[in-house]
Write a protein that binds this ligand. Structure first.
Ligand SMILES: [Zn+2]
Length: 193
């Protein structure tokens, strides 16, 4: 490789790295950011071949007023986990845009989640909406983004809308997650249309 070519390759590598850095706020391996209205197909597509065997989508709330993929990534690493336990995070305008969908590393690399009981983590895609839906409603933008994301996931992974469930439904109702103010029945009805 001559010097000119080497220089070009280096410049290209720097450009690629800077683009990736822009797409990965907080170094959380987060990419695929999306706000409602944008085309999700490219942003949500994993970086590796789609795993077969995703059977369910489990919806969570963060039970906190604020959050983002980078924020939860840090908290989960402090617990000794391999980064963000959810596959997706839907922001509420606190630490990311209202309704913004962030795809985490576990989705982009098609790894098991760390968001539910062990028997669910290998087959259920975990989505966390920022907020405490026992105390307050999800924002309209969050509800719209959740529906768009679930619609895409159901189609992409062949998951029936009936298998989009709340965390409590997979946990013997031992958790209030994702909160009574998030209407998953309405979501499933919308997805089935
Ligand atoms: Zn949960």
């Amino acid at each position: 490789m001559n010097r000119l070519v080497a220089g070009f390759v280096l410049a290209q590598a720097i450009f690629t790295a800077s683009v990736l850095a822009l797409r990965a706020p907080g170094g959380a391996g987060v990419a695929g950011n999306l706000v409602p209205g944008e085309d999700p197909s490219a942003a949500w597509e994993p970086r590796v071949p789609l795993r077969s065997g995703w059977t369910h989508v489990i919806v969570h709330h963060s039970a906190s007023a604020t959050g983002s993929a980078a924020h939860f990534d840090r908290i989960h690493r402090e617990k000794g986990w391999e980064g963000l336990g959810y596959h997706f995070v839907v922001g509420n305008g606190s630490m990311t845009d209202d309704g913004r969908v962030e795809a985490g590393g576990r989705w982009l690399e098609q790894r098991d989640g760390a968001h539910a009981k062990p028997e669910w983590n290998a087959r259920a895609i975990g989505i966390c909406l920022v907020g405490d839906f026992e105390k307050s409603d999800p924002t309209p933008a969050q509800v719209a983004s959740l529906e768009a994301l679930c619609r895409w996931l159901c189609r992409r992974c062949g998951i029936p809308p009936a298998n989009v469930v709340g965390h409590g439904a997979t946990h013997g109702n031992a958790t209030l997650c994702p909160g009574r103010r998030l209407d998953l029945g309405a979501l499933r009805t919308a997805l089935a249309r």
